[in-house]
Design a protein around this ligand. Structure first.
Ligand code: ADP
Ligand code: MG
Length: 401
């Protein structure tokens, strides 16, 4: 693979550089509740600005329906980006209309502008190449070069990610480069022992990753909501826990394949249950039960203390770890201990430790861990997973000359 870096674009002074960033942060009204993605995106934007470029940032927020929707405006993001870059960020109130044109025309060398949510234009996510291409033409007209730095969207064949890259000299930003480097170390010749920890809500979301990593990892630890389909596949009752009946056969096959190939699948031996899913006014009543004796009227909401200790022990001495998916309903303190234990164990790994997935990254921050306690926290859940499934990423392939 031969992909340009920003330095390969030559002298950027006075050049208009379009950057695709991932600024898709959670909002509560207009308050940003986790600015991790803006912080991760700021260095490349600042690097371009410091080089004298006129920087035009493209990004999306949420899933508006191809039309302007104030609930998904990037205006609050522009304000925070400005603080993090350390200079004013001009905000265009549309994507390619009058405001965007005036904003771009008004840039001086080193200035930064942010266009309004690109998903306000139906061309951004259109499946029709011509409709996407027409929007990409309008975006590309703003720039002399394109830098792809939104790792969270590189698995999407979308106008500001894919089609713009076809229309301008292009390079990958430092964020995308770092993500690709880490993902390569997880898939090509990983240092051993290599332990993969999977959790989260659904097995079906993660099947292809399990499939691909079963052939590479030495151990696979399974927790979270997906564990109950594995326990059921072993013949255990799981009460009212999350269960995907249509995946039982696949889970059984994975257990068999792992046994045949010497990969150790570690399942929890105890589970924290309650009689109802946590909700607003109800006080949680966590109870620890054996994983082989989950009462019919209960549902599993976290791995138990013995399992937490076993998972931590299984991570001791690992040289490569990939973790995706919380071990329990970490949003509620009574069911956060398993996730905390795994996070804690990852901080002690002497080697490469990677946290992937939006909720997993939010979990470690919410539980009070600092980003630098881990080798790498991936900003792009879906993109990392697709790479780890062995799929091609259109937004990366398009940069390869
Ligand atoms: P990520 O975004 O890191 O890939 P997922 O989206 O797959 O993770 O899963 C995160 C969600 O899984 C969290 O909201 C968490 O509450 C939920 N979860 C974890 N364990 C359970 C469980 N036992 N039952 C139901 N939901 C669970
Ligand atoms: Mg998620």
């Amino acid at each position: 693979m031969s992909i340009n870096r920003v330095a390969d674009l030559g002298d950027l002074r006075g050049k208009r550089v379009l950057v695709r960033s991932d600024l898709n942060v959670p909002l509560d009204g207009s308050t940003i509740t986790d600015d991790g993605r803006i912080r991760a995106s700021a260095p490349t934007i600042k690097q371009l600005s410091d080089a004298g470029a006129r920087v035009i940032v493209m990004a999306h927020l949420g899933r508006p329906k191809g039309a302007p929707d104030p609930a998904y405006s990037l205006a609050p993001v522009a304000a925070r980006l400005s603080e993090l870059v350390g200079s004013a960020v001009a905000f265009a109130t549309d994507t390619v209309g009058d405001s965007a044109q005036a904003t771009v025309a008004g840039l001086s060398d080193g200035d930064v502008a942010l266009l309004e949510n690109v998903r306000f234009n139906p061309g951004e996510t259109s499946k029709d190449d011509a409709e996407r291409g027409a929007f990409a033409d309008q975006l590309a007209a703003f720039g002399d070069a394109f830098v792809s730095d939104g790792f969270g969207v590189v698995h999407r064949k979308q106008a500001s990610v894919y089609d713009v890259a076809q229309r301008l000299p292009h390079a990958m930003g430092g964020l995308v480069a770092a993500e690709i480097d880490v993902l390569r170390r997880l898939t090509v010749d990983p240092e051993r022992p290599y332990v993969v920890v999977l959790g989260g809500s659904k097995v079906s979301d993660k099947l292809a990753v399990i499939d691909n990593l079963l052939g590479k990892a030495d151990k696979l630890l399974v927790g979270g909501g997906m564990v109950f389909t594995f326990l059921a596949a072993q013949g255990h009752g799981v009460g009212k826990s999350l269960l995907e009946n249509d995946q039982l056969g696949t889970c059984r096959e994975y257990l068999k394949r792992a046994a045949d190939s010497g990969v150790e699948i570690v399942l929890p031996t105890d589970i924290v249950v309650d009689t109802a899913f946590p909700s607003g006014d109800r006080t949680p009543q966590p109870t620890v039960v054996s994983a082989s004796a989950i009462p019919d009227d209960c549902l599993g909401l976290d791995i138990g203390p013995d399992s937490s200790a076993a998972f931590a022990a299984a991570l001791t001495g690992a040289r490569t770890v990939f973790w995706n998916g919380p071990m329990g309903v970490f949003e509620v303190d009574a069911f956060a201990a398993g996730t905390r234990a795994v996070a804690e164990a990852l901080t002690k790994v002497d080697g490469l430790s990677v946290v992937g997935g939006g909720d997993s990254a939010a979990a470690v921050r919410q539980l009070g861990f600092a980003d630098d306690q881990f080798g790498h926290i991936s900003t792009g859940g879906g993109a990392s997973l697709e790479y780890l499934e062995g799929k091609e990423l259109p937004g990366i392939d398009v940069l390869d000359d």
